[in-house]
Design a protein around this ligand. Sequence first.
Ligand code: MN
Length: 186
Amino acid sequence: MAMDRNLPRIGQNLRKIRQAQGYSLSRLSTLTGVSKAMLGQIERGESSPTLATLWKLTKGLHIPLTALIDLPQDGSARFDPVQSSAKQFRDAMQFFTVFPFDPVIGSETFLHIISSGQTHLSQPHSAGVVEDVFVLEGTIEILQTDIWHTVTAGSGLRFAADQPHGYRNISDQPARFHNVIHYPKA
Ligand code: MN
């Protein structure tokens, strides 16, 4: 399973970030709502976290998603998604990192592949987070305050992602889209 290749990396990243912020497992559990036992299992690479769990960790630690799922960056502006492995979590669409988080511009960019008939709902991100979606191929719908907006290939949508939102593909063809996540400056 592709996910297994990411496990040690997520665990190592989490431990390093938690220790750098000076948190015990108990403190991190309180901050994120993820149990202490689960946090220990993730750090040791013994448990495959869901994407929803990883988003809880990013929220509690005030870090971007790529800080957990990708290798620490060398500062190169070029990041080839083909060279990074596909990210596959059991509760999410398959995706690739296109650009990992850049603290200067405050964003990270992903390429998502959503199958025909697939729906992915997301909990609110931290206050002020904004997402851009740009569809490369196919047609998708984005949920924003109870309304599904259709976005076709070549079109985009920018929306507040600090409220419940979602993505779905009700067409009979797979769709691919870029997703940029903008984090407000602390
Ligand atoms: Mn989201």
